[in-house]
Design a protein around this ligand. Structure first.
Ligand code: SAM
Length: 251
């Protein structure tokens, strides 16, 4: 007996929309999203699409009108509510294009709640292109069936960030010069992982971080990892130890 095919088919195109989705609403997609549905996926009136808005969840929609540059969709029904997101922040010194894109893409797939680029003394790249990073985060969420997007903060300097550090949030400071193994020290959120620049933290910064009562130096093993690898490994370990990896996938 062939298995009952999943409904709606998981192969349906899936798009993030900025505006809040409501039952029975009509919404219009233009530009790249319209081009994607019409020219790339070759869809027309009557075709179904999955939409999510990072607030109300994932919805089934149907194309009601398709033009060259714009597509009208009618919302049919809610497929699933916005997923719960573990309370983990990722703080990372900005690194070069391509590699920073990888960090935000993978952090989105892994389920980080908030991303904060942190400017440290040895940070080489002192600006980030938020629009490009957000585009990478949205694409990752669309492809990985996420219903939630991490919040992307503007870059912040390390010292003021430490000065205003929230009392209840643990700061797991990835220190290549040594610390507790993350698996042994990770506890459920609120938590944050801090990853340094290619040049590492200065001793002065290390002392300022360790002076914070919420801070704990953590080790990601005996080998020096590149910053993007350290970010991905750190988040994955935390999700396994203290996040929601023990929970079955939500589909
Ligand atoms: N320049 C530094 C050095 O040579 O010691 C290495 C910096 S590493 C490329 C970039 C950042 O990744 C570090 O600041 C740290 O936050 C993190 N990192 C890399 N390997 C790590 C490890 N084994 N344990 C903890 N953190 C690590």
């Amino acid at each position: 007996m062939p298995a009952t095919p999943a409904w709606p088919p998981s192969s349906l195109p899936r798009l993030y929309v900025e505006h809040q989705i409501a039952p029975g609403a009509e919404l219009m997609l233009q530009g790249a999203q319209a081009h994607y549905l019409i020219a790339v996926m070759r869809l027309g009136s009557g075709a179904q699409v999955k939409l999510f808005d990072d607030r109300s969840g994932e919805w089934l929609a149907q194309i009601s009108d398709a033009g060259k540059k714009r597509v009208s969709l009618r919302i049919l029904q809610l497929l699933r509510a916005r997923e719960p997101v573990p309370d983990l922040w990722l703080l990372f010194a900005p690194i070069k294009r391509g590699r920073i894109d990888l960090v935000v893409e993978k952090a989105t797939e892994l389920g980080v709640a908030r991303l904060i680029p942190v400017l440290t003394q040895r940070t080489i790249v002192d600006r980030t292109n938020s629009d490009r990073l957000l585009a990478h985060m949205i694409e990752a969420a669309e492809q990985c069936e996420r219903t939630a997007l991490p919040e992307l903060a503007q870059p912040q300097k390390l010292r003021p960030l430490l000065d205003d550090w929230p009392e209840e949030r643990a700061l797991l400071f990835a220190d290549e010069s040594g610390g507790e193994p993350l698996l042994q020290t990770a506890s459920p959120g609120p938590a944050a992982i801090l990853i340094g620049p290619e040049g590492g933290f200065t001793d002065e910064e290390r002392s300022a971080i360790c002076a914070l009562p919420q801070a704990r130096p953590i080790s990601l093993g005996p080998r020096i990892l590149r910053a993007e690898t350290a970010a991905i490994a750190g988040v994955a370990l935390w999700m396994a130890a203290a996040g929601d990896w023990r929970r079955a996938p939500v589909r």
